[in-house]
Each structure stands twice: as C-alpha cells, then as structure tokens.
Design a protein around this ligand. Structure first.
Ligand SMILES: [Zn+2]
Length: 239
C-alpha cells in the first residue's frame, strides 16, 4: 500500500515538474499572460526577429540583406551589447527596424526576484533610450524563460512580452537546416526567431555567419509561399 502511494506521489510529482517546465520555458505556453507568441491568423503575415545583438559584423550583414529584400525586422538587444556598439543600434533604428529589450546581461530569469528582473529591464530601457531616442515597448526574455513577477513588472511599464512561434534553430543547425526549420514553422502570424549575436559575447567570440547565409533563403522561401513580412508592431494590441 505504501509502495503504491509512493509510486503515485512520484508520478504526480513528475507530471507537475513537466508541466511547470513547460509553463516557464516553452515559448508557446500561455501560462504567463499576456504574451505575444503568434500574430493574427488573418492574412499571410509573418515577422522576423533577431536576438542577442548588436554584434558586429553580423548585425550589419543582416541589415544589408534586410535592405536588399525590403524586409522590416525587430532586434531584441542586450543592454550590455548596446553599450559596446551603440552606433549599430542607431543604424538599426535609422533603417526602419524596431528595437526590443532583451535584458542587460542576458539574464536567465528563473528564481530571480522581481527587483532583479526590474533592474535588468530598466537599465536596458535607459541605455536604449539614450542611444536610440526612445524606450522600447517590447521585451523578450532570454531563452524564452518566464518567471513569477515578470509579467506584472512589464505591465507596470507598458511593455509587451514577446515570445516566438517559429525558429531556424540557428544556434545549432547548418544553413539548409536553418532555412528548413524556419519554413516548417511558417504559418500565418508566425513570429520567427533568429540571432545576430550570442548572449553578451563580443565580436570575435561568436559566429552568426550561418544565420546571415540562411536569411535570403528564409525570406525568399516565405515569399514563394505567399507570405509578407510585416513589422512586429502590426501584431501587437493597438492600445
Ligand atoms: Zn537571447
């Protein structure tokens, strides 16, 4: 009898653990609300987003491709990287793209206090405002992780929580693999995640050349399937 109760307790514990992990880490989980994961399903509109920049020379190379194909994008930047390469962020804005907050130090928010999360968010808001002239209204948590207190902290500041619904897995795949993965996630309203940097590493410590080489294929592939790239702004509630 005791063994049976112990076994059922273990099963319940494991199930809760799995659920909890899903709620806090899987980008499409809606446990922490409100969050933008995917845009409206009307029209074949999709968004491109790049995390962890700015990081030279990859951000410039991505900007050149976006300009060539006339595609708007959103860059979720880390405050630390903005301090290192402020001109790149100015260029992102000057070329018509949006900038979002991705914490200062690429913080993993698990078990972090509300105060610590707020500190990272506010510090980065201030840095971006100084460099780009405005405070972002969008935030994406590093690793897509969410924790208790994060959503209220963002709501207080009028910032939207943005996750993603598709990715090229550009941190682990080769160029054809990145294109194929992005195409697989292509659906009306898809928010596609790619990377122009890597956490807060500086140039020389990272290589995003595969993302750069995959980008034209992703853009062309989506357009061939009848999709249009729109600014992330179009997917946010208008209030
Ligand atoms: Zn990141």
């Amino acid at each position: 009898m005791l063994l049976i109760s112990l076994a059922s307790l273990t099963v319940v514990g494991l199930a809760f653990g799995l659920w909890f992990w899903w709620a806090c880490t899987v980008p499409t989980s809606m446990f922490f609300k409100p969050a933008l994961i995917r845009g409206p399903k009307e029209g074949k509109r999709v968004c491109l987003t790049f995390d962890d920049g700015p990081a030279s020379p990859f951000t410039e190379q991505i900007l050149a491709i976006l300009r060539e194909y006339q595609v708007p994008a959103t860059f979720f930047v880390c405050g630390r990287n903005v301090e290192r390469e402020p001109d790149l962020v100015r260029r992102v804005v000057a070329e018509g793209h949006a900038v979002g907050n991705h914490t200062y130090s690429h913080l993993f928010v698990f078990f972090r206090s509300r105060r610590r999360m707020a500190e990272e968010i506010d510090r980065t808001q201030g840095i971006i405002e100084k460099v780009a002239g405005h405070r972002p209204r969008i935030f994406r948590p590093p690793y897509g992780a969410r924790w208790f207190g994060l959503v209220p902290t963002l709501l207080e500041r009028g910032i939207h929580l943005v996750l993603w619904s598709a990715t090229g897995y550009d941190w682990k795949k080769d160029v054809p693999g990145i294109v194929a993965a992005a195409m697989k996630g292509l659906k009306p309203g898809a928010v596609i995640l790619l990377h122009d940097g890597r956490e807060t590493r500086s140039a020389g410590q990272l290589d995003r050349s595969r993302t750069v080489r995959a980008l034209p294929g992703i853009i062309a592939g989506a357009r061939q399937r009848g999709y249009t790239f729109v600014p992330l702004q179009e997917f946010l509630p208008s209030t």
